[in-house]
Design a protein around this ligand. Structure first.
Ligand code: TMP
Length: 212
């Protein structure tokens, strides 16, 4: 982590319906009990400007943008999120938990749409620099289970969900590849299990890696 301050940056990643928001609320509560100030946030979004970009990305017809345009929009939203929310919170010493970060761009736009991953790496450098999450938890589960869960609760944010199952299969494989390539940063969590079991696995991972 390159931002000053003693906060840590934790990201939760995974396909649709993996249970990230429930688990983020659990982890936030646990860290707060341990005496940390915690900011829970999300991507795309997490700051007023980035939330405006989110609407462009998650609503409307699937064919609205091509993969490269999407990647640019996600990185524009991400930079605003970092500057407005994440970096100031870390600087204050808060811990930040983000529901998705740049691994989602690699998995969805890179593996899902086939956008060149070297180009995504360049965009990362431009938008984010050398800042990285301290820990990334990848909530993994079969696509059909995740899409079923997501469909049960989704309002107008259906743009990605409407993509075919083979797109989501590539996204899942992408996240697992990222985890295999960066084991020092990433931990894969089996998200098919019940909420309590997944919460305990996440708490154990955070304790093992970050001592909290
Ligand atoms: P959410 O449903 O987890 O809030 O995420 C919104 C959608 O945005 C989800 O379908 C994944 C997608 N997404 C990308 O395609 N690329 C990205 O970089 C991010 C952050 C999200």
């Amino acid at each position: 982590m390159t931002a000053p301050g003693s906060g840590r940056f934790i990201t939760l990643e995974g396909g649709e319906g993996a249970g990230k928001s429930t688990q983020i609320a659990r982890l936030k509560g646990k860290l707060e009990q341990g005496g940390h100030a915690v900011v829970a946030t999300r991507e795309p979004g997490g700051a007023p400007g980035a939330e405006m970009v989110r609407k462009l990305l998650v609503e409307g017809p699937t064919e609205r943008w091509d993969g490269t345009t999407e990647a640019l929009l996600h990185f524009a939203a991400r930079r605003d999120h970092l500057r407005s929310t994440v970096w100031p919170a870390l600087k204050r010493g808060a811990w930040v938990i983000s529901d998705r970060f740049a691994d989602s761009t690699v998995a969805y736009q890179g593996y899902g749409y086939g956008v060149d991953r070297a180009m995504l790496g360049k965009l990362y450098g431009i938008a984010v620099g050398d800042f990285r999450p301290d820990l990334t938890l990848i909530l993994d589960l079969p696509v059909e289970i995740g899409l079923g869960r997501a469909a049960a609760r989704r309002g107008s944010e259906t743009r990605y969900e409407s993509l075919p199952a083979d797109f989501h299969d590539r996204v899942r494989a992408g996240f697992l590849d990222i985890a295999a390539a960066e084991p020092e940063r990433c931990i894969v969590i089996d998200a098919t299990r019940d909420i309590e079991t997944v919460a305990a696995a996440i708490a154990a991972a955070v304790h093992a890696r970050l001592g909290a």
